[in-house]
Design a protein around this ligand. Sequence first.
Ligand SMILES: Nc1ncnc2c1ncn2[C@@H]1O[C@H](COP(=O)(O)OP(=O)(O)OP(=O)(O)O)[C@@H](O)[C@H]1O
Ligand SMILES: [Mg+2]
Length: 1105
Amino acid sequence: MDENGSRIRRRVSYRKRTRPSLESIGAVCTAAEHEPAPENVDEEEMVAGSRRRKTLDLQPVEVRPLLLESHVIPYPVPHFHDWGKHPGLLLPRMPTEKRVRDQPYDSEEDMFGDYDSFAENSLLHQIDDLEQKYIHLPEQKKQDKDLATKVLSSGHIEDNKLSIPVVGESAVLKDNEHTMNLSEPKDVTVESEMDLLYDVPSSQVLFFENLHNSSNNLSNHFTKGRDGNSSSCQALNEALPHSQMELPQQNDKSCSKVQTSADVTRRRSLKDHLKSAMTGNAKAQTAVFSKTKQLQETLISEEINVAKKALESSSDDRGPFYSLPSKVKDLYVQFKGIEKLYEWQHTCLTLNSVQERKNLIYSLPTSGGKTLVAEILMLQELLCRRKDVLMILPYVAIVQEKISGLSVFGVELGFFVEEYAGSKGRFPPIKRREKKSLYIATIEKGHSLVNSLIETERISSLGLVVVDELHMIGEGSRGAILEMTLAKILYTSKTTHIIGMSATLNNVKDLQEFLQAEYYSNQFRPVELKEYLKINDKIYEVNSKAENGITFSRLLNYKYSDTLKRVDPDHLIALVTEVIPNYSCLVFCPTKKNCENVAEMICRFLNKDYLKHKEKEKCEVIKNLKSISGGNLCPVLRRTVPYGVAYHHSGLTSDERKLLEEAYSTGVLCLFTCTSTLAAGVNLPARRVIVRAPYVAKEFLKKNQYKQMIGRAGRAGIDTVGESILILQEKDKPQVLELINSPLENCYSHLLQEITKGIQTLFLSLIGLKIATNLRDIYHFMSGTFLGIQEKILLKEKSLWEITEESLQCLTDKGLLQRDSATNSEEEIQHNFRITNLGRASFKGMIDLAYCDILYRDLKKGLEGLVLENLLHLVYLTTPYDMVLQCNPDWMIYFRQFGQLSPAEQKVAALVGVSESFIGKKASGQAIKKKVDKDIVNRLYLSFILYTLLKETNIWSVSEKFNMPRGYIQSLLTGAASFSSCVLHFCEELEELWVYRALLVELTKKLTYCVKAELIPLMEVTGVLEGRAKQLYNAGYKSLMHLANANPEVLIKTIAHLSRRQAKQIVSSAKMLLNEKAEALREEVEELLRLPSDIPDMAASMEKA
Ligand SMILES: Nc1ncnc2c1ncn2[C@@H]1O[C@H](COP(=O)(O)OP(=O)(O)OP(=O)(O)O)[C@@H](O)[C@H]1O
Ligand SMILES: [Mg+2]
């Protein structure tokens, strides 16, 4: 039994590995539908074949002739085996218990279910049953059935193989392999005919012989059908026709005709053969072929059972659209207006490497439609593979936008969408009972989430991690955090699939090596982008074929008065009036102040006719701006909005930003002057993008930044053309020419640049999470990081080994790590490190290690006399240290504020060590001899701002009081909310700081929703900011339940300036949140009601009984 059983299992596991999804076959074959002539199918096959071959060649290849510069570059080397590079080290070592623990995961991929179970029904009965089911399946499921019958009657049986392939199996054959499989059935079987027949019960032999003959006939019939009719037709019908949204009708019909008649013949003949064979068998004397015939029978029955199950499962609506329910397709049409995938999207989704779940990096120009591919892969993971997914996005605003956009998918398709941004997100995430979770996170929160999953040994629950704007791995501390996150996933979970995308990648090889990923690139951009430069009044087109990269295009035709020439030497007015007000325009400016000045300047010289364009709507915008800001209105916006112009930078509150973006998207506003913050991933329409100067602040523009900025022009679905104009002075011409002619910048690891936030934080968490605890293992880990990959480029003075040693020493000196004296090994490299309590608290709280000791000292000192009469002391303790560095107090304001403090508040100042006399002296400009800690003084100033904000809950008045931009005040608040939750986690790990825990929970909440308490439940809904919450509250929507059950159509009517899209998103997000909360409560109830297995009472009463 064992031998036979294992043989069958071997076969099964082999199948499993070679099995792409059924829908993927459909997807590829339906691509062929788009080719007009049948011979194109061959072309498709040929191209697919070449794709496969070239994948092995490790060369960039053209995937489809129709695509422009489309490349797939496989990742060739098994990665972690190479991790140990240091001589004398015993590497690799990854297959530890963790890895072993991850192994069973494979079984979840197995659609064949449990092979150890025994079937009860007779073979004939089951086959009959199977056929009956098959015949009665509804018409639209025909493709699935056809495949099943076909493989039953042709391929495998023809070869006398006992395995009866099922839909699930066919489903896994790769696109190109699928076609091959028809003629090369040996592809998927591993045992020889004789081998198998030897063990076949005699009762089956006649049956197989008969079947063999008949299936020959059948396959002839098939071949005829294929050759004689239309080869494309055949291929199409074997596949699922829905895999692309639009299908050529005619093809479909004619194909289905052929298929239907073939079906009937095959069905009838299969059944007849089964019956006659079995009757014959019944009469014949049973010859004994094997001692294990009964077991064999059982195994065969099992296979049939499995086949049956797969057929049944194919009858539910899973799969028509890239393995996903057809509802997904409908949702895309309904909510995103996407009717049909771009060809590259289809190609990418059906790449062999994607089917095989290899890690993937893909790169396309801005607006190329990268997100859709990632989303489909995420949905596959959530719905088909039933795994959780993490999507990492660069900014909080983008996270929130994505949550709003995907919540409706979550509600409709049954998964959770959870926000991990700012101070939102639970660590570890709630273990869901049935539905899977899509975590949408910022880089920082994504890192914490991964840490918490590793710590609770749940990392393999994460099936897929998607990183948008992957190039950010080379940018500052966030890049370092992204690198750590990915390196940890790679090291701890072999089953988590990683996908990275970006429009601006250059040194892809390094990234590929780091992520062990294949690479796909394509130059497709749905809307053509024309690039221009402007020098004086001449406009040049960027042209890669020209000698210096540009060709003269035109002279700017606009009559300038002398005054105008003086005020607008860059001809901005001429450039913008060529497009506005009918089309939209973005003007990127080097600084925030410049944005406001340019907006005002343009409006001063715009014709008064511009005021009339969408006048009523613009009036509404003004009114709305006022209402969300408690009656306040920025004077610049007051002057510019009537012209359809606004500035957009971090000085705006998020409420204002949201409102202005909405007005701009709907065409009410036609011009934004903005900083580079608007450049990444934001989907705002612009017919023309003007880059005001080749600078960002004082730095010369980088190619990546330039590409991202101009990429905002000509967005798909919004514009039909797009153009960019970079304004430059003659003096900058050489540098600009270099910029446009040079490749994109490489991205480099920042683990070392950001020492305390980078490599040291990483080491602490490696030891804290027990990912690697000694020098050898940590080095092993490091050699697989992006830094390790770039060691030769980045590490000139010291080797990676030396850096690893030094960093560990530094952490030990700081009291964050300890060498474990209990380690037996003589060898230094095997000595384990242990994380100290302070180390654990810092790592859990994600505290920048530059500040962990100060934080500890401050909190300890606070214990001696924490003032709890007001919030000031607590606020002081949670004011972020890094924001203190950029703070320059206005001493007069400081002094005035100090004078207004109550005695209890003054006590706080005295406790932290800032005296009124010191501030007084500073305000009056007197020299101060006494040495005072500037950081403490500045931190208290920021605490004053936050404290005032908590009391007044009005950003505008606080901004005025402290003479600081409202946007800055708001980001200080967000930063404090985040830091407060970090301090909370820090305190949770240190027993001596227990008293802070409950206090900080409340403070974090207060800082997160610095509004009146009644608005908090509404603001928990992603996308509902203070202004909107007030509107909703006043309209009677007072709780989450109100919002979740609201009718979007009614909302539109009752809430001013709420678009239908926004209304739907709010309702979906509220539904999602409500579901999440209800589910969490249900889990709690279950937990509470669960009977503990070790109740002493029970044991005693059982004994009695
Ligand atoms: N197949 C499609 N048909 C029509 N529109 C599409 C399709 N795919 C994507 N889009 C739309 O194209 C726009 C740009 O797509 P997306 O945001 O994915 O671009 P991107 O490649 O991520 O660009 P960036 O690098 O600038 O972030 C979106 O509005 C999206 O809805
Ligand atoms: Mg994008």
